[in-house]
Write a protein that binds this ligand. Structure first.
Ligand SMILES: C[S@@+](CC[C@H](N)C(=O)[O-])C[C@H]1O[C@@H](n2cnc3c(N)ncnc32)[C@H](O)[C@@H]1O
Length: 310
């Protein structure tokens, strides 16, 4: 095993408080006069407008401290003393590489292996129902990779071999998390809830300097193509149709209009008998003209038959 990450910024944990600290630095935001950088309400408003335009992410005022924590390290790295200075420099140059760092700092990447586990048997059944042809899956908010690797493990378990007839594309807007996903190296405790058979079959344990980390086996990594895709892109830069799209726990960051736009474009890339998986708190009733709920936050295009997920 090589190149185990030691960068706390990208550490993702299932505990929201720790996830937030991991992105923002060692401590939560100080408030008011204790702050290292001048940060006015109008700075937060500018940040909220910029990230909404760029990523569709809606930031309400209650996120002001979180935003401070996450961007303070960018100001420090660039030698700014005030948020207004940082934001003016950012907006002066539409091509600045800082836009990527700004965006990466403001995404929330919380994820885990087999999160919302009830979806994976449904995926497996769907793959079996359509076996006999080449299948394709797009995981469109893949974060640090736990979700697409869970999809890949499900494919391997379903077909009983590593050379599955399934093409998996995993994408995210955040380039830092994509790098981690490609690397496929995780602290061992990320597998705590995974059964021993899966751990054994799909991961290698690190030794020596890499002790305490696991690496996804290359046979699994090979099944996934990682790429950066902004869900706001119209048209989406992908060739459908897909048998399955996973779009879980990202729509919650968008307002209703953005959700509807994104979901319509996703639906357009689904096969007529395809499935769209969304997160447990994401309801798509406002796009019921294109997608029908089968149950358990799994949707199908409306033109399909009236199948239900038990
Ligand atoms: C909370 S994570 C969800 C990860 C995974 N889908 C899951 O359910 O565990 C949300 C992910 O959406 C990504 N994201 C946010 N806005 C996006 C956009 N406009 N386009 C693509 N990905 C986006 C973030 O970078 C983040 O990794």
């Amino acid at each position: 095993m090589q190149s185990v990450p030691n960068n706390a910024k990208n550490a993702v944990t299932s505990r929201p408080d720790r996830a937030l600290v991991a992105k923002g630095g060692a401590t939560p935001a100080a408030s008011g006069s204790e702050r290292e950088f001048e940060y006015r309400p109008e700075d937060f408003d500018t940040i909220a407008k910029l990230i909404y335009k760029r990523a569709g992410i809606q930031l309400s005022a209650v996120k002001a401290d979180m935003v401070y924590s996450r961007l303070a390290r960018r100001l420090r790295a660039l030698g700014h003393t005030r948020f207004s200075q940082y934001l003016a420099a950012l907006q002066r140059d539409a091509e600045s590489p800082e836009w990527e760092a700004f965006t990466n700092a403001l995404t929330t990447n919380l994820t885990s292996f087999f999160r919302e586990a009830h979806h994976f048997p449904i995926l497996s059944e769907h793959l079996l129902r359509h076996r006999g042809r080449d299948l394709s899956i797009w995981c469109c908010a893949a974060s640090t990779g736990e979700e697409p690797y869970s999809i890949a493990m499900t494919c391997v378990e379903t077909f009983g071999r590593f050379d599955v007839p399934v093409r998996i594309v995993a994408s995210d807007l955040d380039t830092n998390v994509l790098e981690k996903a490609r690397e496929g190296v995780y602290p061992e405790e990320r597998l705590d809830k995974m059964d021993a058979e899966r751990r054994q079959r799909f991961f290698m344990r690190g030794k020596g300097r890499q002790a305490g980390f696991v690496r996804v086996r290359p046979e699994l990594t090979r099944l996934i193509e990682f790429r950066q895709v902004n869900l706001l892109s119209a048209p989406l830069p992908l060739q459908g149709p897909y048998d399955v799209i996973f779009c879980r726990n990202v729509l919650i960051y968008f307002d209703k209009a953005t959700q509807a736009d994104v979901v319509r474009r996703l639906a357009h890339l689904l096969r007529p008998d395809g499935l769209l998986f969304v997160g447990h708190s994401e309801s798509l009733f406002h796009v019921s003209d294109v997608l029908r709920l089968l149950g358990k936050t799994v949707y199908e295009p409306v033109k399909a038959g009236g199948r239900r997920v038990a």
